[in-house]
Design a protein around this ligand. Structure first.
Ligand SMILES: [Fe+2]
Length: 357
């Protein structure tokens, strides 16, 4: 059965329930891997998400510069996710972006509902919660606010939060700086593949067509966090994703067969390589499987910005320079839209199989 209206998780959480509705309970086989996120974050043994210091990314000293770029490239090759520090975006601006999002989510539910999206009608921007999209009816423990933030002429400012007043100013400035950072990262990744520095940027649509979409994820306290997930395991479809959070742990990465919990690194931005760059690089850069845990003590908020190619205009496939006789293309040509459809289809199939099993 497909549910068309999802309740806000925030209202469920504040209703005082001791047990979560069954739609939020993960399948049996997944439960064994879900632990207490605060305990998980403390663990120091085993592999850790790399931290990449971008301070010297444009150093005049070629040796220093190349060392920094090599580290970024290696993290993209090995993990596909990293904490970026000294990324050049002022901490005060980031604090304003976070404060603005927090203030919006502190508004009464009725106020936030004025910004509700309407997924059935194709109005995907705004305040929302996940709708069950497969036979299992599985839901995630989060509400969100989703909207396009760059290029500026493609924004619909009428649906942006008007409260607090700083929301639009801070978010717009953050979007501009993040767009420049994305260019810088893609140029280093291009050079790392032996391409011209502007190549990946061009392949994902350039300054006109690459879309930056912000999703503020709001994860209320969960009475049974060991049974639920804030976001189920997935890889990002984007070219790159940049994530801020309110220093409450939750993100886990599936690395070498195990779930690794990301530490909270002050003043960092988490960056994911998404499927788009994984495809263009013929798998040399990785789009890592990840998920979000919830907890019963603290609300978690994260601000993800997905840098996405246009849906139809570009056919994504491994760039010829990344393919050879010994390295055949690992991905068939697909538009971004076709890639999304392919993933939805695969997920629906998996869900059917698990029902039958
Ligand atoms: Fe993600």
């Amino acid at each position: 059965m497909v549910t068309s209206v999802a309740p806000r998780v925030e209202s469920l959480a504040s209703s005082g329930i001791q047990a979560i509705p069954k739609e939020y309970v993960r399948p049996q086989e997944e439960l064994a891997s879900i632990g207490n996120i605060f305990d998980e974050e403390k663990k120091d043994e085993g592999p850790q998400v790399p931290t990449i210091d971008l301070k010297e990314i444009d150093s005049e000293d070629p040796v220093v510069r190349e060392k920094c770029r090599e580290e970024l490239k290696n993290a993209a090759t090995d993990w596909g996710v990293m904490h970026l520090v000294n990324h050049g975006i002022p901490d005060e601006l980031i604090e304003r972006v976070k404060k603005a999002g927090e203030t919006f989510f502190e508004l009464p539910l009725e106020e936030k509902e004025k910004y509700a999206n309407d997924q059935a009608a194709g109005k995907i921007q705004g305040y929302g919660s996940k709708l069950a999209n497969n036979a299992s009816g599985q839901l995630e423990w989060e509400d969100y606010f989703f909207h396009l933030i760059f290029p500026e002429e493609k924004r619909d400012l009428s649906i942006w939060p008007k409260t607090p007043a700083d929301y639009t100013v801070a978010t717009s400035e953050y979007a501009r700086l993040l767009r420049s950072l994305a260019t810088k990262i893609m140029s280093v990744l291009s050079i790392g593949l032996g391409l011209e520095e502007g190549r990946l940027e061009k392949e994902v649509g350039g300054i006109e067509e690459l879309l930056l979409q912000m999703k503020i994820n709001y994860y209320p306290k969960c009475p049974q966090p060991e049974l639920a997930l804030g976001v189920e395991a997935h890889t990002d479809i984007s070219a790159l994703t940049f994530i801020l959070h309110n220093m409450v742990p939750g993100l886990q990465l599936f690395y070498e067969g195990k779930w690794v919990t990301a530490k909270c690194v002050p003043n960092s931005i988490i960056m994911h390589i998404g499927d788009t760059i994984e495809i263009l690089s013929n798998g040399k850069y990785k789009s890592i499987l990840h998920r979000g845990l919830v907890n019963k003590e603290k609300v978690r908020i994260s601000w993800a910005v997905f840098c996405e190619p246009p849906k139809e205009k570009i056919v994504l496939k491994p760039l010829p320079e990344t393919v050879s006789e010994t390295e055949p293309p690992l991905f068939p040509p697909r538009t971004f839209q076709q890639h999304i459809q392919h993933k939805l289809f695969r997920k629906a199939q998996q869900s059917l199989l698990s029902k039958e099993g």
